[in-house]
Design a protein around this ligand. Structure first.
Ligand SMILES: Cc1cc2nc3c(=O)[nH]c(=O)nc-3n(C[C@H](O)[C@H](O)[C@H](O)COP(=O)(O)OP(=O)(O)OC[C@H]3O[C@@H](n4cnc5c(N)ncnc54)[C@H](O)[C@@H]3O)c2cc1C
Ligand code: SF4
Length: 637
């Protein structure tokens, strides 16, 4: 049983995040300077500190400690928010802004909207988001933790599409297991061994799978055994449970019978070991009991070792480069005083090695603002921006199916994630959403407004109708692959700056025809599934919306997947990529770019487990780099 006895890895040492001032940090000599305290930055910091290296994390967002009191302040803000979007628990911060889906609206080409954080100029406007507080986007991620398929690593060779990775599924497999341990993944191997995904003999996940919701079981009754034909191949569909980075029931057989101890809420005496998921469907934007993994759990471990320090309210604003040898000489930060003031002090911190973990858009933004494209041999910084394209389809089931119970999504359909059809159209996974039509229509609030305002219902009749309608809602979310395309970009422009003078990211993003062919197939499949289930299809496509895309004479709405990647793409040589297979920059020897920005493709799984596995893998290389740098030079006589 974990307890508040000083040995609990989940407890932050008091004052940890604020103990190091920016001035003090600038005077220190660090082995590694890590930009960003999200999932990638925390894993790298924790791994390097374990190897005995001194690490400084620079974090743009507030984050006094990410202790329980702070976590609860996020919860209170969320409970009191009128609009409960992804960012609603986190304070508005003009000095380290973040995109909000509520900011997204139609853009008229030629007149960009620059009042929001992401400047967008194209007709198609993405509503994708990321978070800039200590803990990063893992504070509000959903926690689905699927592996990529082996074929996702060599899509070009197999199907003539996209890019090959410089490493294979087998190269990454041991690191997938490390990531599954860190994130505490709940799943069963027999559910996950499909389309070539394999596991070492005897492997079990840290925790047993989350039980399928009643809604999953209802959908499975219609879908299991359904056949579809694609590119002359037959596929049989079935509903399958998804791996989840949230606390369930530990598997006693884990780690050769040693079992697994789930990590619960940070800085608290655990009432119940690990704080189990209670199935309240609030995973995005915040889990009230911290059953869901967030990077604070890894940070707590890192901080307890004493080798890691953090400076918060420290926005990395420039990567300093020695033009003679192309090595990084420091990171310049703007250390702002508070969220209410735009006054700041500037410092430069120095280390042996520098690791940018500020996420795909911010890593690229920072490098472009530091004029590093000029020194890049590939000129690919900020290019190949990827994100999953989501097509939402919603219907009303004939009978109540228990919608609004369980985590956001416990199961889905994965049979069309891979296959020969990927030579001509994108693969996809299908999420069965336990949280009703919320994502598509704003339900249940919009249902309530409709029943009261339009149909004049009150009292018991209102309660009955509302309950009946919501518990029959089914939302299928098709997560469609999107390949790297150099014209999908993050750039910077001197015209657009934030409150403390940092250049804002300018995003230009289109949904390519390959993805839209996948979307067209998904649309038809949704109709077939609804028909099988006897559900009334309520899906509407709005061609006036910011998310409207036309394909083959039909309008679709494609919403952002929040899986940003590709902006410092990994490859085999400096002409075709920004980083190598260890995420080391080709152009700057002592610089690593760790995070989803390195992914050469996003395939059909949520990206973070793969990103975390890569962060573990890169940490071993960075530790080796540091050992070599610290070793006494050999003197030849
Ligand atoms: C709504 C939503 C749901 C999601 N659900 C899933 C899911 O179910 N499964 C999945 O695999 N993925 C999911 N994701 C994606 C996932 O959250 C991200 O891929 C992952 O968190 C990225 O981790 P990271 O460490 O690279 O970046 P982040 O977690 O974003 O961390 C970056 C850190 O850098 C800091 N930073 C930024 N700029 C600077 C700067 N200039 N100076 C200093 N610090 C800086 C930030 O404050 C932050 O702490 C979801 C995302 C969203 C938005
Ligand atoms: S369903 Fe509730 S308890 Fe479980 S992870 Fe999501 S928010 Fe946390």
């Amino acid at each position: 049983m974990t307890s508040y006895d000083g040995t609990d890895q989940t407890i932050f040492p008091a004052g940890a995040a604020t103990r190091t001032s920016a001035a003090e940090a600038a005077q220190g000599e660090w082995d590694a300077v890590v930009v960003g305290g999200g999932m990638a930055g925390s894993i790298v910091a924790e791994q390097l500190s374990q190897a005995g290296h001194k690490v400084l994390i620079l974090e743009a967002g507030p984050g006094k400690d990410l202790d329980l009191a702070e976590y609860e302040s996020y919860l209170s803000r969320f409970y009191g928010a009128v609009i409960k979007d992804n960012q609603s628990p986190y304070p508005f911060n003009p000095n380290a802004r973040m995109p909000r889906s509520t900011d997204t609206m139609p853009v008229h080409p030629g007149t960009p909207r620059d009042d929001f954080y992401l400047v967008q100029e194209d007709k198609y406007c993405t509503d994708t988001t990321f978070t800039r507080v200590l803990g990063g986007t893992s504070m509000h991620w959903e926690g689905k933790a699927l592996r990529m398929l082996p074929e996702d690593f060599d899509l070009q060779t197999k199907y003539g599409q996209g890019l090959n990775w410089p490493l294979s599924y087998d190269d990454l497999e041991p690191y997938y297991r490390q990531a599954e341990a860190e994130l505490g993944v709940a799943a069963e191997v027999e559910d996950q061994a499909y389309l070539g995904m394999h596991f070492p003999k005897g492997y079990v996940f840290p925790m047993h799978r989350m039980p399928p919701s009643y809604l999953d079981q209802t959908v499975a009754r219609g879908v299991d055994g359904m056949r579809v034909n694609l590119a002359d191949d037959d596929y049989t569909l079935r509903v399958r449970s998804f791996p989840q980075a949230r606390n369930g029931v530990p598997n006693a057989a884990y780690d050769g019978g040693k079992g697994f101890v789930p990590v619960g809420a940070v800085s608290t005496s655990q009432v119940e070991e690990g704080e189990r998921c209670q199935g309240n469907t609030n995973c995005v934007p915040i889990c009230p009991v911290q059953a869901k993994y967030h990077a604070g759990k890894t940070l707590a471990k890192a901080l307890r070792k004493g080798n890691v320090k953090i400076v918060t309210q420290a926005v990395a604003s420039k990567v300093e480069i020695d033009e003679q040898n192309q090595r990084v000489t420091g990171i310049t930060i703007k250390n702002y005083r508070s969220l209410d003031s735009d006054s700041y002090e500037t410092y430069t911190v120095k280390g042996t090695v520098y690791v940018l973990c500020a996420h795909a858009i911010e890593n690229a933004r920072l490098m472009l603002a530091s004029d590093m494209q000029r020194m890049s041999r590939s000129k690919l910084i900020g290019r190949n921006l990827m994100d999953h394209a989501y097509l939402l389809s919603w219907g009303l089931l004939p009978e109540p199916a228990g919608t609004m119970r369980g985590t956001t999504c416990t199961s889905g359909i994965t049979d069309l994630r891979g296959g020969r059809f990927r030579g001509t159209q994108a693969g996809f996974g299908v999420d069965i959403h336990n949280d009703g039509w919320g994502w598509a229509t704003g339900s249940p609030y919009t249902d309530l407004v409709e029943l009261v305002d339009k149909r004049g219902l009150r009292g018991p009749e209102l309660r009955r109708t509302l309950g009946n309608q919501i518990s029959r809602q089914l939302l299928l979310a098709f997560m469609i692959d999107l390949l790297p395309d150099r014209s999908n970009t993050v750039t910077v422009d001197d015209r657009y700056k934030d409150a403390i003078g940092n250049l804002k990211p300018v995003v230009s993003f289109k949904i390519p025809p390959y993805t839209m062919r996948g979307a067209a197939f998904a649309r038809k499949l949704a109709t077939d599934i609804f028909e099988k289930l006897g559900a009334e299809d309520r899906t509407k496509y709005d061609k006036q919306s910011y998310s409207a895309v036309e394909h083959d004479g039909q309008w679709y709405n494609i919403v952002g997947g929040n899986h940003l990647a590709g902006t410092h793409i990994m490859g085999t040589d400096p002409a075709n990529s920004v980083v190598d297979h260890t995420q080391q920059s080709w152009d700057h020897d002592n610089l690593y770019l760790v995070g989803p920005g390195s992914l050469p493709s996003i395939g059909t799984s949520n990206i973070s487990l793969t990103m975390a596995a890569l962060a573990f893998r890169s940490s071993t290389h960075i530790a080796r780099y540091l050992r070599a740098a610290k070793a006494p030079a050999t003197v030849r006589s």
